[in-house]
Design a binder for this molecule. Structure first.
Ligand SMILES: *Cc1c(COP(=O)(O)O)cnc(C)c1O
Length: 356
C-alpha cells in the first residue's frame, strides 16, 4: 500500500474546539478518523480518512462477544515553528503487531499506519493543543467485525485511528498519586494477555480500579497473579522504584506490558549513568525499604501521564509514604527531559521524534 491510496473525505461540519486550559483526558474527539478494512481475499485494504462518526456494526460482530480487540496509545505535540512531532511511533507499531499476533489478528504494515497517522494528524492539526502538558492523543485500534457467534478468529477486521486533544492525564497533574496495592484481583497472568495491549486486560481491571477509587486511591498496583508477591505494573503504567540510589523496575516476565515510556526511561537513565535493575521486585522489599528509609522515589510511566509520581502506596493495611508525598528529583528530571524532547525544547539526540 502507498500513501496515495489514502482517500480523504473532509467533513463540512467542524465541531467547536474545547477550552485548552481545562482538557480532561479522552473526552473530546477531532473532526476526522482513519479507517482500514481487512478481509481474507484482499487483506488490509481501502485506507481512508473520513468525518468522525459512529460506526455501523452487526450486533453479532465478534468483538462484542469474544473481545478480539487491541489498541495503541501515542501522542502528537506542537513543537517550535509550528512543527508537529510524534514520539517513537515505530515502537507503538511494533507493539501493535505483537498484540495482533497474540490475539490472532492479522499483522499491519507499521510504516503505512504511521503515514496514515501523519496524514490524519495533518488534516486535524488545528485540534492539537499548545498549552504546557497538552498534546493530541492518538488512539489506533483494531476490532473483529465478522458477524458470527462461533469462537474462533474473525475473518474480517477494522483498524481505526481516532484523535483526542488532552491535558494532563491525572487531574492532580504532576502531584504525587495514592495507589492501592491489589492483593485479591488479578489483571493478567503469564501466558495470558498481559503482554498485549488488549481491551480485555482493562475489562479484567475495572472492578479493582473502582474499589480503589471508592477507597480514595487513584490507581491500582498489580501483584503477580500466582503468589501476590511480586510487583507487576499499575493500571495503564509501568512502575519504577528508587531504593538506596538504585532504580528498579519489574522485568518483562510475560504478564507485563512493554511500555514505550518504560523503554525510554531506561535508556535515559543508562545514558545518565544511573544504574537500572530490571528484575523481580517483591512488595515486601518495597515495604522494608519504606521502613528503613531507603525508599526514595516511586513513579509510574506511560504515554498518557509520561511520569506519574507516587506519594503513597497502601498494601495489606500498611501505608507507605514516599518522599513525604512530594515528587522526587529524578522523577521530575525524567519528566522534564521526556516532555522536553517530545516538544522539541531539548535536542533529540536519541532520534526519538518523527515529524508529521
Ligand atoms: C499502555 C500501557 C502501559 C504504558 O505503555 P506506554 O507505551 O509507555 O504508553 C503500561 N501498562 C499497560 C497495561 C498499558 O496498557
Amino acid at each position: 500500500m502507498n500513501m496515495e491510496e489514502i482517500k480523504i473525505q473532509q467533513t463540512d461540519i467542524r465541531k467547536a474546539k474545547p477550552d485548552q486550559s481545562n482538557l480532561p483526558f479522552g473526552h473530546y474527539f477531532t473532526d476526522h478518523m482513519f479507517l482500514l478494512d481487512y478481509n481474507l481475499e484482499q487483506g488490509w485494504h481501502e485506507p481512508r480518512i473520513v468525518p468522525y462518526a459512529p460506526l455501523v456494526l452487526d450486533p453479532a460482530a465478534m468483538v462484542f462477544h469474544y473481545g478480539q480487540a487491541v489498541f495503541e496509545g501515542m501522542k502528537a505535540f506542537i513543537a517550535k515553528d509550528e512543527q508537529i512531532l510524534l514520539f517513537r511511533p515505530n515502537k507503538n507499531m511494533e507493539r501493535f503487531n505483537q498484540s495482533n499476533r497474540r490475539l490472532e489478528i492479522p499483522e499491519i504494515d507499521g510504516d503505512f499506519i504511521i503515514h496514515a497517522i501523519q496524514k490524519l494528524v495533518n488534516v486535524d492539526k488545528e485540534w492539537i493543543p499548545s498549552g504546557k502538558g497538552t498534546s493530541l492523543y492518538i488512539r489506533p485500534f483494531i476490532i473483529a467485525t465478522e458477524a458470527c457467534l462461533g469462537v474462533r478468529a474473525s475473518h474480517t477486521y477494522q483498524l481505526l485511528v481516532i484523535l483526542s486533544p488532552v491535558g494532563a492525564y491525572y487531574s492532580e497533574g504532576l502531584e504525587p498519586v495514592k495507589i492501592n496495592v491489589e492483593s485479591s484481583y488479578t489483571r493478567a497472568v503469564r501466558g495470558g494477555l498481559g503482554t498485549a495491549k488488549a481491551a480485555g486486560n482493562y475489562a479484567a481491571s475495572i472492578k479493582a480500579q473502582t474499589e480503589a477509587k471508592d477507597a480514595g486511591y487513584s490507581q491500582v498496583l498489580w501483584l503477580d497473579a500466582i503468589e501476590k508477591k511480586y510487583i507487576e505494573e499499575v493500571g495503564s503504567m509501568n512502575i519504577f522504584f528508587k531504593i538506596n540510589g538504585k532504580v528498579i523496575t519489574p522485568e518483562l516476565n510475560g504478564s507485563i506490558l512493554a511500555g514505550v515510556t518504560r523503554d525510554s526511561i531506561m535508556e535515559l537513565l543508562n545514558n545518565w549513568g544511573v544504574p537500572v535493575e530490571e528484575r523481580q521486585i517483591s512488595i515486601e522489599e518495597v515495604y522494608e525499604a519504606s521502613l528503613n528509609g531507603t525508599l526514595e522515589e516511586v513513579f509510574g510511566t506511560g504515554t498518557a501521564a509520561v511520569i506519574s509520581p507516587v506519594g503513597e502506596l497502601f498494601w495489606n493495611n500498611h501505608q507507605m509514604i514516599v518522599n513525604q508525598g512530594h515528587i522526587g528529583q529524578l522523577s521530575q528530571k525524567l519528566y522534564d527531559t521526556i516532555t522536553g524532547i517530545q516538544t522539541g525544547l531539548i535536542p533529540d539526540t536519541l532520534h526519538w521524534t518523527v515529524q508529521v
